[in-house]
Write a protein that binds this ligand. Structure first.
Ligand code: NAP
Length: 288
């Protein structure tokens, strides 16, 4: 794992990701590759933590002096109440994906917002400015996506979620984030909505399945005027991305967002400019 020249010692610090499940996470690979390339004396591990153990795990970060951690599904919202301080974006979004241990004080950040906004620019140089957007999902990732779309100046944001009440709640919270405001629509009504949308973002946990029929919105309405971003990622393009491309839409999966949010977390923990090229290469090695 560690190339020659890196030997762990009693001074080696610890970073990690807390999630459940977490075995599929690419974060250990890309962060360790970055740390080794810059000679940083930290290692990054994955911790599978069941929801009932989250509070104990967060206390453990403090007790063991862990330098920092990523937080992933399903803990991003629950962890908020367990931290000592939130940065303004994490407080606004109500979800944390990065913890920094600042001399025993655990500070929560949300780098998914910037990660999504930066990734979107691979397909749309101006981001979501002036676009009619549909967001599928209303969990932690959807919160970050909606915050980024509002910051970009989207013209319209409609949220579809399996549990409508959760979409309504996200719309209510997002009212405080600035115009244009959001509307919650039942999944069954998404057909007409997609027909005149410019941007569709899948921020549900559905997507790793290779069968596009599992996607909660009607994929037969995808069209060539649409840009599709799936925040889900895997070792090959997700079923939604494949279906969108077949219908002439420009589409990308969540790999770029993963890289961009990881870069922001790395900067927070190390104070160094993240070696994005090294991180990207480490993921390609994994995929190969
Ligand atoms: P979450 O808070 O648990 O929310 C999950 C969302 O998916 C909810 O809206 C949920 O709907 C919906 N959902 C789950 N199963 C569904 C199904 N069978 N049919 C329809 N909707 C379903 O999770 P999250 O943190 O938002 O993460 C969502 C996904 O984004 C995960 O796959 C995660 O890996 C990915 N993600 C990627 C990045 C990246 O860097 N690329 C960053 C963040 C997250 P209900 O409200 O009805 O339960």
């Amino acid at each position: 794992m560690h190339p020659e020249g890196f030997a762990m010692s009693a001074r080696t610090g610890l970073l990690g990701v807390i999630g459940h499940p977490v075995g599929h996470s690419l974060s250990p690979r890309l962060h360790n590759a970055a740390l080794r390339s810059q000679g940083v004396d930290l290692v990054y591990l994955a911790f599978d933590v069941e929801p009932v153990q989250l509070s104990a795990a967060v206390s453990g970060l403090r007790a063991l002096g862990v330098r920092g951690a990523n937080v992933t599904v399903p803990h991003k919202e629950a962890v908020v109440a367990m931290l000592d301080q939130l940065d303004p974006m994490a407080a606004r979004v109500g979800a944390v994906n990065t913890i920094v241990n600042d001399s025993g004080r655990l500070i929560g950040h949300n780098t998914d917002v910037h990660g999504f906004a930066a990734a979107l620019r691979c397909l749309l140089p101006d981001g979501a400015r002036g676009l009619r957007c549909v967001v599928a999902g209303a969990g932690g990732a959807a919160r970050a996506v909606v915050a980024a779309l509002i910051a970009d100046g989207a013209a319209r944001i409609t949220i579809c979620n399996r549990t409508l009440e959760r979409a309504v709640e996200l719309c209510r919270v997002a009212q405080n984030w600035g115009p244009p405001g959001c509307a919650a629509v039942p999944q069954e009504e998404s057909r007409t909505l997609l027909a005149d949308a410019d941007l569709l973002v899948n921020a549900t946990a559905v997507g790793l399945s290779l069968d596009v029929k599992d996607f909660p919105l009607p994929v037969d309405t995808l069209h060539s005027g649409l840009v599709v971003v799936d925040v889900v990622y895997g070792t090959e393009p997700t079923a939604l991305v494949q279906a969108a491309r077949q219908r002439g839409a420009r589409a990308m999966d969540g790999v770029e967002m993963l890289l961009m949010q990881a870069g922001c977390s790395y900067r927070l923990w190390t104070g160094l400019e993240p070696p994005i090229g090294v991180m990207r290469e480490s993921m390609e090695l994994e995929e190969g």
